[in-house]
Design a protein around this ligand. Structure first.
Ligand code: MN
Length: 263
């Protein structure tokens, strides 16, 4: 099996190192990751600047390619140019910090995996529920290795990726695995206002994760209760229930105006 690894914490992140260590025994790895941390850049790509691709060494050995761009840039350039043929799987992570609920839209980790599926390769995003460098990346790496072995047999629909969040505990302490839906919990922002050395005010985003009323199958609840959360995601964000419930009524409403004018 051949696997493309990427992330949003950067090529030197401990989560990527743990992921590579866990997958190297079972797959041929190709690593393309941002040269610098790109957390919360979402699905941005670089258009106004050139992309620089640099060979990156770790412990005197070639590790992968560092790209002067975003996570989506990394997967795009890997699949479109750097790799001679497409891999069997894209794994993005392991992110330092969970990607749950409404966070998903900001997540560079999830976007790298989304880019993989947009380009036709089965993809998974893996995050560990801890924002410190001391996170249990080893546990999440074992989860990723298990999934990497199972994904080819899963018959995932084209365009669907798996968003995986792992509790920050030892592997033996995991309660199990849950298939979940994207929840509603989110960070509530608070902006800190300070004054720079030249007297100009600036703002810095902060915030804390707020638990909202969640459906029983929500991603956040699974992780909170010690389970690995696996949420199948796809890029089509159409609100089908609203579309089907309101299509006829709204089309009648919007089409009325021009017709009256013509008369
Ligand atoms: Mn990150």
């Amino acid at each position: 099996m051949r696997i493309l690894l990427s992330n949003d914490d950067g090529i030197d992140a401990p989560g990527l190192r743990a992921l590579a260590a866990a997958l190297a025994p079972v797959a041929e790895l190709f690593i393309v990751a941002p040269a610098t941390e790109q957390s919360a850049v979402g699905h941005a790509i670089t258009m106004r600047d050139p992309l620089k691709v640099r060979k990156w060494h770790r412990d005197d050995e070639f590790f992968g390619y560092a790209v002067s761009g975003t996570p989506a840039d990394c997967v795009k350039i890997a699949l479109c140019t750097l790799m001679k043929r497409p891999p069997d799987l894209v794994v993005s992570g392991i992110n330092q910090g969970a990607n749950l609920g409404t966070d998903i839209i900001y997540s560079g980790t999830v976007s790298a995996a989304t880019e993989g599926t947009l380009l036709g390769v089965p993809s998974i995003a893996v995050s560990v529920n801890c924002y410190e460098r001391t996170a249990r990346f080893d546990t999440a790496a074992r989860v990723a290795a298990t999934l990497a072995a199972d994904v080819p047999g899963m018959k995932m629909p084209r365009g669907t990726l798996l968003n995986v969040n792992v509790p920050n505990v030892a592997y033996e302490e995991l309660k199990g695995w849950r298939l979940t839906s994207q929840g509603r919990s989110k960070f509530v922002e608070n902006y800190i206002r300070r004054i720079d050395p030249r007297g100009t005010p600036y703002y810095w985003i902060g915030g804390k994760f707020v638990e909202t009323d969640e459906p029983a199958h929500a991603d956040y609840l699974a992780v909170k209760h010690g389970f690995v959360s696996i949420t199948p995601l796809h890029f089509d964000v159409t609100d089908y229930s609203f579309l089907h419930a309101s299509k006829a009524r709204l089309e009648r409403m919007f089409n009325r105006a021009p017709r009256t004018r013509r008369r």
